[in-house]
Write a protein that binds this ligand. Structure first.
Ligand code: UDX
Length: 434
């Protein structure tokens, strides 16, 4: 392949948009394709359809190198086509491949009509076997020039993770692997490890990676619930020490209300559904998933323990996004908790620095949306902190607005602060008064 210059990215979600903006910043000519014209209209104006730190500024700075279309056939050629469409979860835990199938059909027709053979790169998360059994039969001879290249970026640090990936995995045949490897070596000046594998191994690596991280979280949440029952015990001390063991490592050992977001819940269940299809099943994957669901229930139990009668009580929810620095509420524990509290006739006030709009589209006028924390805590019987927003670290006087000052801090953000409230830290056993 000649030095690639013209690049297509299909699917303008977190992965696709961040990749497109990054490549445009490197002066590649990037054509962004998405079926959602509203999204494209937003992007053309230099605005991002979701909050991601630094992304909007980077988009504005790179607009000259970006173009947008909902119609692949309007483009005449490209050197590389990245596929970054979503693979949302289905009811049985498996993944919905409709966008993979439709974009693959479009690419196939488009390449054949234009007599071109770009390198086709699948960055979408797809289960082992998807390339061989679904994509290859559609692409036919074009599949010789196709690779699987999973993405590991995190929401909230998507741009930085794209600029500095910890690893690049490319799976497929030798020729397209080599082309993409050369491309990445040109893009990434820093030495980033590049691992080449078969397409199926590359597909599995992504699921193994996310399921392992989810396992670490479910594990530490299990330890947190044990700590909770023993006075003077703190899960963060346990995590700190086991994290010093290089065989364990200190990351992803923050106990909390359970993992959420668009990846971990979906990926663990998809891998579990694959093991079922393969006839083996997996007690371990099942336990990771179940433990995560139980953790969200644990938060509700803590509330019911500390609020005498839930009916007609006032509860304040601090943090709606599934993680800090994001406006994403997909699979957020805050959302499922609010749903449960609403069925118990609780009056709910919510606060989040970024995720209010996305929450409004779920609950409309069933909860009160508050622009500041003091307002959220007004007359409250219990506050529940669920997202590690930096601004919550400095909370103090705001708690004086509460009717019954109790804080259930599922992230232990305020564990070391002396506050004139009843403080319940998830994973912290009650203090022994000596
Ligand atoms: C994850 C993977 O990290 C990323 O590599 C993959 O590409 C997509 O899925 P993301 O879902 O964006 O990224 O966020 P992440 O930071 O991994 O957090 C996921 C969830 O786990 C959040 O709900 C977070 O609060 C929770 N979490 C994370 C913990 O509860 N404890 C931790 O120690 C780490």
């Amino acid at each position: 392949m000649k030095q690639p210059n013209k690049i297509i990215v299909i699917g303008m979600g977190f992965v696709g948009l961040t990749l497109a903006v990054f490549l445009a910043s490197k002066k590649f000519n990037v054509i962004c394709v998405d079926t959602d014209q509203n999204k494209l209209n937003t992007l053309v104006q230099g605005s991002t359809p979701f909050y991601e730190p630094g992304l909007e500024d980077a988009l504005k700075n790179s607009l000259k190198s970006l173009s947008f279309t909902n119609n692949l056939s309007s483009v005449d050629s490209a050197d590389i086509v990245f596929v970054t469409v979503g693979t949302p979860p289905m009811k049985d835990g498996s993944i919905d491949l409709r966008y993979i199938k439709s974009s693959t059909k479009q690419i196939s027709e488009w390449c054949n009509n234009n007599h071109i053979q770009p390198v086709i790169v699948y960055k979408s998360t797809i289960l082992p076997g998807t390339f061989e059994n679904i994509i290859k039969p559609i692409l036919k001879s074009l599949s010789e020039n196709t690779v699987v290249n999973p993405e590991f970026l995190r929401e909230g640090s998507a741009l930085q993770d794209t600029i500095h990936p910890h690893v690049i995995v490319i799976g497929g045949k030798e020729k397209p692997i080599l082309s993409l490897k050369r491309f990445y070596q040109r893009v990434y000046t820093r030495k980033t490890p590049i691992k080449t594998t078969s397409a199926t191994t590359a597909e599995l690596i992504k699921y193994a990676n996310n399921s392992f991280l989810a396992a670490k979280i479910s594990f530490i949440n299990t330890i947190a619930n044990i700590c909770q029952r023993f006075p003077d015990t703190n899960v963060d001390d346990v995590a700190e020490v086991i994290g010093l063991d290089p065989r364990i490592g200190n990351l992803f050992l923050k106990a909390g209300p359970g993992y959420g977001g668009s990846c971990f819940p979906k990926d663990v269940q998809a891998l579990l559904s694959l093991t079922k299809r393969l006839g083996t099943g997996s007690d371990l994957l099942n336990a990771i998933h179940k433990t995560n669901i139980q953790q969200a229930e644990m938060v509700l139990k803590l509330i019911t323990k500390h609020v005498k009668s839930l009916k007609n009580s006032n509860i304040s929810i601090l943090g709606l996004a599934f993680k800090e620095n994001s406006d994403d509420v997909r699979e957020s524990v805050s959302i499922s908790l609010i749903e449960k509290l609403l069925t118990r006739k609780v009056n709910i006030r919510v606060h989040d620095p970024r995720a209010i709009d996305n929450t409004k589209s779920i609950f409309n006028n069933k909860v009160m949306y508050c622009a500041d924390v003091s307002d959220c805590l007004r007359n409250s019987d219990c506050a529940v902190l669920l997202t590690s927003w930096k601004q919550y670290l400095s909370l103090g006087k705001e708690f004086s607005k509460m009717r019954n000052p109790i804080l259930i801090d599922t992230r232990r953000l305020l564990a070391n602060k002396k506050l004139p409230i009843k403080y319940v830290g998830l994973g912290i056993g009650s203090k022994i008064v000596r």
